[in-house]
Design a protein around this ligand. Structure first.
Ligand SMILES: [Zn+2]
Length: 467
């Protein structure tokens, strides 16, 4: 039987429970007991009333913490096991509130103060899982606003051994920041753990796709295929009119990844329509829109619809100049045999602005152009460029070697139709897996955070990591 416990009373002169650092009587005391709708703070936030949302959210945190300390904490101390379920609800609820608090601080340009707020919230629930959650938010804080991986990783280390963690959000963040450091087996172990804990279909889709890309990278097409087929099948069950921008994008990307593997053009078209749908939402920054147009371009390219591909890449460039779309646009001109247009575009590319995988794409396109044109100077450049890249993956290493040999043959004046044809085939093979590095990042802050900021900056991350 559950004992009767005396309700928790927070001293008026003590620091407020909302983390503001103010005294309780000067902070939430007057408003925390007032009746209000659940979700009032997120509604205020959505209506862009950030200051009001902040005050409301603080009051919610205070109220919930007092409730927790009155009803959950005492039986927990007594070791009353059924209370673990309530504890779980408390942690989730309070996390949700901290999330809104985070977003309010972000919008009000108060993020600098947020780590101290989090420090003060650390003891609101006195269990390790809650403290882990505080580290989670502190890590996101350290990553913001420029996605500074170094400080983020440093912060996340405070969690200690990840083996013990069973919180899906923390694992997702860990996956995002540390996956590249792992070997294949460790990577799969982490991804599988996340998959087992994921409740939302979109999370399952995302990590299933991430798992598939790991197999693609070791050239295990069959395994990748079966994972992606499963993922798409599951996604189809969930796609309806209430699909969000984020879900449409992710599902489109997964279909795009699968379509060349099973030579399914209809699937590529379906991906295009989902990507277009994601553009209907007022959710993206111009960098985000540029990314989506680029992916539509990729799909068109895969369908050999060169003119439409060109159109989408051009649109992507308009929105965000000097991105990899320039390289892909040049590639389209190669296929439509407009070599001088392709060359002009490639000459304008700023290779140092590209992510490492995209830099590799640039080198490949450059090589094929030089082979097709037979220009000695370009061939020399290509030879040099091909030597600057290094792949861990056998698949890409093979193709790199093959192009290098073609370049050398052309240089030795044995350029012929077959070499050119072969170079194009190699390029097609590479570019078909061009989204091998698709960024399958989790939607860390839910709808409302600037996902594209994350997407965009994480490309830099990959570059720092690999380059
Ligand atoms: Zn307060």
């Amino acid at each position: 039987m559950l004992k009767k416990y005396t309700p928790y009373v927070h001293p008026r002169k003590a620091q407020c429970l909302c983390g503001s650092g103010l005294k309780f009587k000067r902070c939430c005391f007057d408003i925390y007991q007032k009746e209000r709708d659940v979700g009032a703070s997120s509604e205020l936030f959505n209506n862009k009333k950030y200051k009001e949302a902040l005050i409301q959210c603080r009051a919610d945190i205070t109220r919930y913490t007092i409730w927790h300390r009155s009803h959950t904490e005492p039986p927990l101390k007594d070791g009353y096991e059924p209370i673990y379920e309530i504890l779980d609800i408390d942690i989730k609820a309070l996390s949700e509130m901290v999330r809104i608090l985070f977003k309010c601080h972000e919008r009000l340009n108060l993020l600098k103060e947020f780590p101290a707020v989090l420090d003060r919230l650390r003891e609101n629930i006195k269990v390790e899982r809650w403290r882990h959650h505080i580290v989670y938010f502190q890590t996101l804080c350290a990553l913001s606003p420029n996605w500074n991986v170094k400080t983020g990783r440093h912060e996340l280390k405070k969690i200690g051994s990840i083996e013990e963690v069973n919180d899906v959000e923390i694992l997702q963040l860990f996956c995002e920041l540390e996956l590249e450091e792992f070997n294949f087996t460790e990577k799969l172990k982490l991804i599988d753990k996340i998959l087992n804990l994921s409740e939302k279909w979109i999370d399952v889709l995302q990590y299933q796709s991430l798992k598939a890309t790991q197999f693609l990278l070791i050239n295990d097409i069959e395994e990748a295929k079966s994972l992606l087929i499963g993922a798409v099948k599951e996604a189809r069950k969930n796609i309806d009119n209430s699909i969000t921008a984020y879900e449409a994008l992710r599902t489109g990307e997964t279909m795009l990844l699968l379509s060349p593997l099973i030579n399914d053009e209809d699937l590529a078209l379906e991906a295009v329509s989902l990507l277009k749908k994601s553009l209907e939402f007022e959710y993206w920054t111009s960098a985000g829109e540029a990314l989506i147009y680029r992916e539509i371009g990729d799909a068109r390219k895969r369908l050999d619809e060169w003119e439409q591909a060109k159109e989408n890449y051009a649109k992507s460039l308009e929105l965000s100049p000097h991105n990899v779309s320039q390289v892909f646009l040049a590639e389209c001109y190669l296929y439509t045999e407009q070599l001088s247009e392709a060359k002009a575009l490639l000459d304008e590319v700023l290779p140092e602005k590209l992510t490492y995988p995209n830099y590799c794409d640039y080198v490949f396109v450059h090589a094929v152009l030089s082979i097709a044109s037979g220009d000695t100077e370009e061939l020399n450049n290509s030879e040099k460029l091909l030597h600057t890249i290094e792949f861990k993956e056998p698949l890409f290493r093979e193709r790199q070697q093959s192009l290098l040999i073609s370049v050398l043959k052309c240089k030795a004046n044995c350029s012929n139709e077959n070499i050119i044809k072969r170079a194009f085939a190699v390029l097609k093979g590479v570019m078909r897996s061009a989204n091998r590095y698709l960024i399958f990042q989790p939607n860390f802050m839910g709808i409302g955070i600037n996902l594209n900021k994350v997407v965009e900056d994480s490309e830099k991350v990959h570059r720092e990591r690999i380059g």
